[in-house]
Design a protein around this ligand. Structure first.
Ligand code: ADP
Ligand code: MG
Length: 316
């Protein structure tokens, strides 16, 4: 099977909202009047972002999911995607599974694949995603204000738990919990619905990909503020509650969560709760924004808890 057959069979799909999709030199889309275009790209490299033996369907899902998570963090609606893929060989069964995982998530969120690039090389995947939000509205990282509450969606730490177990850095005795953790790692669910509902409610947001304290740190740096985070308030799976102290690093700085960390003024607490309820996504208030710089993780007595690292850094 050659390159063009591979593309036609596995990546060419109807894209009714695009003026021109896969098959020409470029795709053409017409942004919705009154909306700004949000654009983002993310790359996944074997051995760095995923284990070489990951199921191709899961990889297809995750390749798109991590990009949609960026749109969620802007409060944007994800609309179109471009997929660049370097493959060591034209393994059709592998590509079919990869594409199935990718297309299933795209369909779920109404995202159309409108182009890409396919080459031979070490397994590398990159998605460019285009999204829209009403002009002038976005959940930017530079919009946190002193006095804001800090919130996080979903549950933290499970993806990191699965990675560390796999690397032999820790053991997880509860087989059931490990199964859930692996599922979270391989099939993260981008919080697009929550992001859009938060657009008129929250000030700043980021998605938690590298670790909560690291990604919150980007908000703090961009906004010129500090944060106090209550370690006891970090949400996690109930099965982890008894082991919180042992796995605090995973919760606070593990990464691979693809949840949203965001800030909102205290008068909007009820609206944040309502947004979470409307899209059936847990939202937890974990701390507050104060004057200054940097993020502190505090124990119940208000003492700072030192972390080995705040999150993952490719060149750190
Ligand atoms: P070019 O030679 O201009 O780079 P290609 O021959 O690489 O064009 O691609 C042909 C068409 O297939 C283009 O419309 C391109 O966007 C699309 N395409 C290539 N690879 C992918 C892919 N992995 N997913 C989606 N579309 C793809
Ligand atoms: Mg090309």
């Amino acid at each position: 099977m050659n390159e063009f057959e591979l593309i036609a069979r596995h990546f060419q799909r109807p894209a009714p909202s695009a003026l021109l999709g896969v098959g020409d030199d470029a795709a053409i889309v017409r942004p919705t009047p009154g909306c700004d275009l949000h654009m983002s790209v993310d790359m996944l490299v074997e051995g760095r972002h995923f284990f070489a033996d990951v199921a191709p369907r899961a990889l297809g899902h995750k390749t798109l999911a991590v990009n949609l998570s960026d749109m969620a963090a802007m409060g944007a609606r994800a609309r179109w995607a471009l997929l660049s893929i370097a493959l060591p060989k034209a393994d059709e069964a592998w590509v079919a599974e990869f594409a199935a995982g990718f297309h299933a998530l795209a369909l779920e969120h109404g995202v159309e694949l409108i182009g890409g690039d396919t080459t031979c090389g070490p397994l590398t995947l990159s998605v460019t995603v285009l999204g829209e939000a009403p002009s002038g509205q976005a959940l930017r990282r530079d919009a946190a204000r002193p006095g804001d509450d800090v919130w996080v969606s979903g549950e933290l730490g499970l993806g990191a738990l699965a990675v560390r177990q796999r690397l032999g850095w820790l053991t997880v005795d509860d087989a059931d919990l490990l199964q859930t953790a692996r599922q979270r790692l391989e099939y993260p669910q981008p919080r697009l619905a929550l992001g859009r509902l938060l657009l008129p409610v929250a000030h700043a947001a980021a998605d938690v990909s590298d670790g909560l304290m690291a990604d919150l740190g980007h908000i703090l740096a961009a906004s010129g503020v500090a944060a106090e985070i209550q370690a006891d308030a970090l949400p996690s799976d109930p099965r982890l509650e008894a082991l919180r102290a042992r796995y605090l690093d995973c919760l606070a700085a593990g990464g691979d969560d693809y949840e949203l960390v965001f800030t909102a003024p205290p008068q909007r607490r009820a609206q944040v709760e309502a947004a979470g309820a409307q899209c059936a996504c847990r939202v937890s208030r974990i701390g507050r924004i104060v004057e200054g710089g940097g993020g502190k993780l505090l124990d119940a007595a208000g003492h700072p808890i030192p972390l080995q690292k705040e999150g993952y850094d490719h060149f750190g």
